[in-house]
Design a protein around this ligand. Structure first.
Ligand code: COA
Length: 91
C-alpha cells in the first residue's frame, strides 16, 4: 500500500485499509495478515502474529508481521506458518 507523499496524513491510507478489511469480511474471509509498519497497523486491530503462534514464511522482523480476526474467535485453535500466493515471491 502506498499513498502519494503530498497526500499522506490526510486519512487516505486508513480508508484504504478499512475498506479492504470490510471487503475481505464481506467476502467471507475470517483472518487477515499484513506485513507492514508495526506502528501503523495496530490502530486497525492488527496484533503481532507471533503473539498468537502464527509465523510468516518469509524472514521478516516479528513485529512487522501482524494478524487480525475478521470474525470474532477465528484465531482460536489456529497456529502455524502463513504461506503466500507465489506472486509475492516476485515482488
Ligand atoms: C503508510 C502510508 C500508506 C499511510 O498512508 P496515509 O494516507 O498517510 O495514512 P493516514 O493519513 O490514514 O494515517 C496517518 C497516520 O499514519 C502514521 N504513519 C504514516 N506512516 C507511518 C509509518 N511508516 N509508521 C507508523 N505510522 C505511520 C502517521 O504518523 C499518522 O499518524 P496519526 O494518525 O497518529 O497522526 C503512507 O505513509 C505511505 O504511502 N508510505 C510510503 C509507503 C509505505 O511505507 N507503505 C507501507 C507498506 S506496509
Amino acid at each position: 500500500m502506498a499513498v502519494a507523499p503530498a497526500l499522506q496524513n490526510s486519512g487516505i491510507g486508513s480508508e484504504l485499509v478499512k475498506t479492504g478489511l470490510r471487503k475481505c469480511t464481506d467476502a467471507g474471509y475470517e483472518i487477515a495478515v499484513v506485513l507492514g509498519h508495526p506502528n501503523y497497523y495496530p490502530r486497525f486491530g492488527f496484533k503481532t502474529a507471533k503473539s498468537v503462534g502464527i509465523r510468516c514464511e518469509f524472514d521478516v522482523p516479528d513485529e512487522a508481521f501482524m494478524v487480525m480476526e475478521l470474525r470474532e474467535g477465528a484465531l482460536n485453535g489456529r497456529s502455524g506458518i502463513v504461506r503466500y500466493q507465489p506472486e509475492f515471491n516476485d515482488v
